[in-house]
Design a protein around this ligand. Structure first.
Ligand code: PEP
Ligand code: MG
Length: 879
């Protein structure tokens, strides 16, 4: 029976640990404890806890008595397996594997085969009766230890291995003989010595330094990048699991593999996995050889295959989730090395969650909690048509579904640079490693010539929701010359390709893509979510077409129609005539034209959202944004003058344009200030909106218009605009009530919300501006320069433009919501900044009692699901 460990325990044996204590044991440690409690064949060992790691990070050294506890742990382990660490005749070798609380596949370090040195390698050879195995294990230890603990350059080791294969004609590592490997070990020794380093002979020292190295790997740049991308806190730390080695490379009846209880790409309820005969686990993930399938395993080891399937089934039923399992067959005996909840694509997550409800494994509420809402945006991505005329240049394994296209890059750093220049990039390489994480993040999709369904590229791409094709065996990649070859076809950096991660096909050029469709599984999941959530979901949309899409996605209205977007394109000329008019007559005529267009725009929106609220926001940006560029005008004038043509009219325009220039336009004549300074514009918009309502009523529709004023900071601004709008409504024959409200996007508005609420029927928090104005920084400038560094250095823990800053902006929102409601109990409250589609921000909006969130149409599904999750968590926390 397991007993609960104290939260400050430094070390816990797998068979004494409480599987539920994931925060102490890390995911891998908890999984091992769980499997041991199920009496599966798991090599024994112990977990050096996350608490020990946190202490290590805090003090720079391991806690005082950790090494004594490790020594005792090894003694208990030796007793269990009846072998000796650092001795014979039955030597025990150990692995040290990282295992954080939240899974970070491949991001942190692992050292295998600890406990070998120049003397012990012979003992291992005698014990296994296999010299090849012993020297291979030793050279693997040397390579991993040099990399992870000593931090040495890996290229010399890789070159030496490649040279050994070339010298002997071996196609892969398994074909090297014991003598070849013995020579390789000497070469490796020279490489290590040449770099001024040494692997300790003492196996206990090997183990200690490996545990410390695993702890240190929590803070490698790649691990930090991964945490930032996945919003994992930096202070959790990792556990280090010390486990007896079992060997998948102990002769022809051994092998190793990775399997999932369901297909992590599609969610289909069918076993899925890779198997590599005569290999150690790292070989599968590293993708160094192309793997076999589980069906091949059934052929090679029929009994072990049956046993594996039964274990997979038991694990899934016991965790009620799709399991990702690492296993090893050592001389025809099956060992399970680790299990965790498998990473999956959004489509798979949705299907698995709904299937498991049907199978009686989980409740609908659990299903709603199972899917990461942010992942749902993946399902909005386009894909390739089922039937296409183009011929693929190469076919690999569809490792992460969906289509991606862009310019080829053969290097992670180059991929980041190309993406920064605005290119869509496909990262192409032989295989990816955890050091490529930034390049994968910057790319649209990933293509590798090696690997398989569970190699690094496949797992990480699925986690990131990016299409990936792996094991494109006809492709060879030469990273040094940055070229790829498929037969006689040469692929160079910048060449455009399209990859289909669903079918594994790769095409030259940019193929046409088609829009995705909502699956019945997603519809079911979102229906459950709608039944649970208590906060409305609207969309930000400015055209009838977008509004219709948003409605189809489940939006319950429009929370923000930015009318300035209607002033762009071919309308720009008319808008410029309004702004630059020299007299009332010209301005009135241009306004009349604009008004006719606006009525159509509003009518389209109201029609698409018939019966649902549509919040039309009057003009917000500074007027100069609509005007011609003064420098372009000047160039034009120089050109005309050179040709001897008159330039007076342009001079006049340039002077008018100059009169609208401001030093700080973001803080200048914009929003409600425009409504007060240039009243004709707002009046025209109000009249057009009311006219559109009348037209919809005439057509038998059910228009629900609301009019919103941006950038209010003083109640008097809003009062005057409200009075103007009420006058417009009164002068029309409109029989409907049209609510007038304001955005709360300036700190002063939030602080005086009690006053403002007396003249507003609704507030909508404009958290984009509210964040900018509260921090006093411009989003565009910050994102382009120092914000990245702020996040990297931990000056800010999350991007305030993505997730509401609870301490500052959130505090203003809470105050405004409370004081607004106190002054006007009927006040409707919503949010329409980007944060309206961010799951953590949605939970906060629910907490402070907002009525709805409004987000961009592709995030409507995200918001529906996140709102339901927030509700379930609220209820579960309060009971
Ligand atoms: C906001 O400021 O949050 C907002 C929605 O307005 P915009 O992004 O148009 O400035
Ligand atoms: Mg704004």
């Amino acid at each position: 029976m397991s007993e609960p460990a104290v939260a400050t325990a430094l070390l816990v044996d797998f068979d004494k640990a409480d599987p539920a204590d994931k925060s102490l044991l890390g995911g891998k440690g908890a999984g091992l404890a769980h499997m041991i409690s199920m009496e599966l064949d798991v090599p024994p060992g112990f977990t050096v806890t996350t608490h020990a790691c946190r202490e290590f990070m805090r003090t720079g050294d391991v806690p005082e008595d950790l090494w004594d506890q490790v020594a005792e742990g090894i003694r208990r382990l030796e007793d269990k397996v009846d072998r000796t660490y650092g001795g014979g005749p039955a030597p025990l070798l150990l692995s040290v594997r990282s295992g954080a609380i939240m899974s970070m596949p491949g991001m942190m370090d692992t050292v295998l085969n600890l406990g070998i040195n120049n003397d012990l390698v012979k003992v291992v050879a005698d014990w296994a009766d296999d010299e090849h195995f012993a020297f291979d294990a030793y050279r693997r230890l040397m390579q991993m230890y040099s990399n992870v603990v000593l931090g040495l350059e890996m290229h010399p080791f890789e070159r030496a291995l490649a040279q050994a294969k070339a010298d002997t004609g071996a196609k892969d590592d398994t074909e090297l003989t014991a003598t070849d490997l013995r020579t390789l070990v000497s070469v490796y020794e020279g490489i290590i010595r040449g770099q001024g380093a040494k692997i300790p002979e003492d196996p206990v020292e090997q183990l200690r330094s490996s545990i410390a190295a695993v702890f240190r790997s929590w803070n490698t740049p790649r691990a930090k990048t991964y945490r930032r991308i996945n919003r994992i806190p930096d202070d959790l730390g990792t556990a280090a699991n010390v486990q007896a080695m079992v060997f998948g490379d102990l002769g022809p009846t051994s092998g190793t593999g990775v399997c999932f209880t369901r297909d992590p790409s599609t969610g289909e309820n069918a076993p899925f996995g890779d198997y590599l005969p005569q290999a150690q686990g790292e070989d599968v993930v590293a993708g160094i050889r192309n793997t076999l399938t589980l069906d091949d395993l059934a052929r090679l080891h029929p009994e072990r295959h049956v046993e594996l399937l039964a274990t997979m089934d038991r694990l899934e039923k016991s965790t009620h989730d799709m399991a990702d399992i690492e296993f090893t067959i050592e001389r025809d005996r099956l060992w399970i090395l680790q299990t965790r909840a498998g990473k999956r694509t959004a489509a798979a997550a949705v299907r698995i969650a709904t299937d498991m409800v049907d199978e009686g494994l989980i409740s609908a509420e659990d299903a709603v909690l199972r899917v990461d809402p942010s992942q749902l945006e993946q399902l909005e991505r386009p894909r390739l048509a089922n039937r296409i005329d183009a011929t693929p240049i190469v076919i690999g394994i569809g490792a992460s579904p969906g289509a991606a296209q862009g310019a080829v890059s053969f290097d992670a750093d180059r991929a980041v640079a190309m993406a920064a220049e605005g290119q869509d990039v496909i990262l192409v390489s032989a295989e990816t490693t955890p050091d490529d994480i930034h390049g994968m993040h910057a790319s649209r999709g990933i293509l590798t010539s090696q690997g398989g369904k569970t190699s690094h590229a496949a797992v990480v791409a699925r986690g990131m929701g990016k299409p990936a094709v792996t094991a494109a065996a006809g492709l060879s990649v030469d990273e040094e010359t940055a070229t790829g070859h498929v037969g006689s076809l040469v692929i160079r950096e910048g060449d455009e390709i399209t990859i289909d991660g669903t079918t594994g096909r790769v095409y030259s050029g940019m193929l046409a893509l088609i829009e995705p469709q909502q699956t019945p599984e997603l519809e079911r999941l979102l229906t459950w979510a709608d039944e649970i959530r208590q906060i409305g979901v609207r969309a930000n949309a400015d055209t009838g077409e977008d509004a219709a899409k948003a409605r189809a996605a489940g939006a319950e209205g429009i929370g923000l129609a930015r009318t300035e977007h209607m002033f762009m394109g071919e309308r720009l000329g008319i808008v410029q005539r309004v702004i630059l008019a020299d007299n009332d007559r010209e301005r009135t005529s241009a306004l009349r034209e604009l008004s006719a267009q606006q009525i159509d725009d509003f009518e389209d929106l109201l029609a698409a959202m018939d019966g649902l609220p549509v919040v039309v926001r009057l003009l917000d940006p500074p007027l100069h944004e609509f005007l011609p560029d003064r420098f372009e005008l000047q160039t034009e004038m120089v050109e005309l003058a050179r040709k001897g043509k008159p330039i007076e009219h342009l001079q006049h325009t340039a002077a008018r344009v100059a009169s609208y220039e401001e030093d700080n336009p973001m803080l200048g004549l914009r929003g409600v200030r425009l409504g007060l300074v240039v009243p004709e514009l707002y009046e025209m918009q109000a009249k057009a909106a009311v006219a559109a309502v009348m037209r919809r009523l005439g057509a038998g529709g059910d228009p629900r218009l609301e009019i919103m004023i941006p950038l209010v900071s003083a109640v008097e601004e809003l009062r005057r605009m409200r009075d103007m709008i009420h006058k417009v409504i009164d002068e029309s024959d409109c029989p409907l009530h049209i609510p007038v409200g304001t955005m709360i996007e300036l700190p002063r508005a939030a602080l005086t919300a009690g006053e403002i609420a007396k003249v507003a029927e609704f507030f909508s928090f404009g958290t984009n501006d509210l964040t900018q104005m509260t921090y006093g920084l411009s989003r565009d400038d910050a994102e382009g320069s120092f914000l990245g560094m702020y996040l990297e250095d931990g000056i800010l823990t999350s991007d305030p433009f993505q997730t509401i800053d609870l301490d500052g902006v959130g505090r203003l929102m809470r105050l405004a919501a409370e004081e607004g409601r106190a002054a006007n109990p009927d006040l409707q409250l919503g949010v329409c900044g980007e944060h309206g589609g961010d799951p953590a921000s949605i939970a906060f909006c629910r907490e402070i009692g907002l009525d709805y969130v409004s987000c961009s149409p592709p995030r409507v599904h995200v918001a529906r699901l996140a709102a339901a999750q927030a509700e379930i968590r609220r209820i579960r926390q309060s009971t």
